[in-house]
Every structure is written in C-alpha cells, then in structure tokens.
Design a protein around this ligand. Structure first.
Ligand code: C5P
Length: 256
C-alpha cells in the first residue's frame, strides 16, 4: 500500500495499481536508447522488451531515424520519453512541442535555460492536445561540474543554478524537471509531491561514470525523491543488458 501511494504520488504514468515493489521499480526505470540507428535500437529492444517498460529516445537516434523509430516502442506497449532538449525562441519551441505532441510520447524535454517566455510558450502549445506529453525542463546537464558551469558565465554552483532554473520553471507553469541525483532533495522540497523529477546520472555502485559528473546510485536517487531514473550505458553497454537492468531493478525495489 505504501508503494502504491509513493507511486501514485511521484509517478503519474502508471498502469493498474500494484503493491509489488519489483513492478513499481519497473515503472520508474527509463532506459536511454542512445544508439546510432533504428537497427541498433531494435536489437536492444529485443533484449530488454520483457524487463523494461520505459525507453528514452534522444537526439542521436531521433536525428538518424526520425519519428518512425518511436512506432515499434509504442506498438510493443512501452512508454516513451522523447528527449529533444528543445532550446530556441518561444515561437519555434512552441511549434516543435506541438509536433512532438502529435507523436504520442509520454515525456518531452525543453531546456529551462530558454527562459520563462520559452517555457510558457512550450506549456501553452499543449493546451487542447488530447493526450499531451508531460513537459520536463532540463536544469543543468549532469555532465556539467562547477568548472563547466562557471565557464559559461554562471557565477553559481550547479546546485544553486539548478534551483534557480527550477523555481523559474515552476513559476512558468512547468511541473516536471530533469536534474542530477545531487539536487533531487532540494527540488522535491520545492515541488512537493506534485513535481515529476526525472534523474539521469545514475550509476550502480562501482560503475564507470563516463562523461557524467554529478552521479549517484539508483537507491540513493530514489530515496532522495526521484520520480523516474534514466539509465543509459550501464544497461545498454553491458554484456547482458537484461541482466544489468534486472540488477538495477532489484536495487530500486529494495530502496522502495
Ligand atoms: O549513459 P548514461 O546513463 O550516462 O545516459 C544518460 C542519459 O540521460 C543520456 O541519454 C543523456 O542524454 C540524458 N541526460 C543527461 N543529463 C541531463 C539530461 C539528460 O545525462 N541533464
């Protein structure tokens, strides 16, 4: 029952009510399909089909294969996160959001750094859409540490910048955010249960960080208040992706 209420609270995209922690974990794990083309995505999908329920299509795959790459995911009943990280003038972003909404995806990203007018235009573009995706504002990329943030002229820590952007986004009507595991506690305090917090930069204990700088384990991120965890290379580059996903799901279920 406790799991149900956590799930209902933090994750709006769910199927029938369940108290099974393993199933609840499955509904909160998003696999990033960062692969070069539809063929590679299909191979991974075949291996992960039974284990995972959510897949993220990002720029690499979408630019190579276009919207058609979403169709097999939806046909197999999976949830789709279209991670386009839109960042342009308000009119252009509004148009792109409308186009993406027509694709039937569940989650869609824009960059919070586009500012309040751009975020409001993105939100308004979904008014009247029958089944709109939930808009997520990306705060500070998890690959950026303090040095990277300072080098683009921002005289604040990543944590301070994330909070500033999230407050600005919240005021512009955005209810979902992408941040690193290290800022989840602060953003959960800001949004309360209403916010959807989607967290990349997840690394199982001892896993290679790669280009990610602000990382945490699946259990740490969930305990901090994450709604969804996004995991790419620790699953997709594993010798056995399904086994790697299973291990992460077990850790998540235990943390729930
Ligand atoms: O392979 P890895 O687990 O690092 O993949 C993380 C995924 O999350 C990538 O697809 C990346 O584009 C995405 N992401 C991120 N940081 C953000 C927003 C999205 O790493 N702030």
């Amino acid at each position: 029952m406790l799991y149900d209420s956590i799930m209902q609270t933090f994750a709006p995209h769910r199927s029938p009510v369940t108290a099974d922690p393993r199933e609840l974990a499955r509904r909160r794990l998003i696999v990033a399909l960062d692969v070069p083309d539809a063929g590679a995505a299909s191979v991974l999908l075949d291996r992960l089909d039974d284990t995972c329920a959510w897949f993220k299509v990002g720029l690499e795959l979408f630019v190579a294969s276009g919207p058609a790459v979403l169709e097999p995911l939806m046909r197999r009943g999976h949830h789709v996160f279209l991670d386009l990280k839109l960042h342009d003038i308000p009119n252009t972003v509004a148009g792109a959001v409308r186009s993406a909404a027509g694709l039937g995806v569940d989650l869609l990203t824009v960059h919070a750094a586009g500012g309040p007018a751009m975020l409001a235009a993105a939100r308004d573009a979904l008014a009247g859409v029958a089944r709109p995706p939930e808009l997520l504002a990306v705060t500070v990329l998890t690959s950026m540490d303090a040095g990277q943030v300072n080098s683009i002229g921002i005289d604040r820590s990543p944590a301070e910048q994330v909070e500033l952007l999230a407050k600005m986004g919240w005021a512009a009507g955005i209810r979902g955010f992408v941040c690193s595991p290290q800022e989840v506690v602060a953003l959960r305090a800001l949004t309360g249960p209403e916010g959807t917090l989607v967290i990349p930069g997840i690394r199982p204990a001892g896993g290679a960080a790669g280009d990610q700088k602000r990382v945490a384990t699946p259990a740490e991120a969930l305990r901090a208040g994450a709604s969804y965890l996004v995991v790419g290379r620790p699953i997709t580059q594993a010798a056995d992706p399904a086994k790697a996903a299973e291990a992460i799901l077990e850790e998540m279920a235990a943390a729930l």
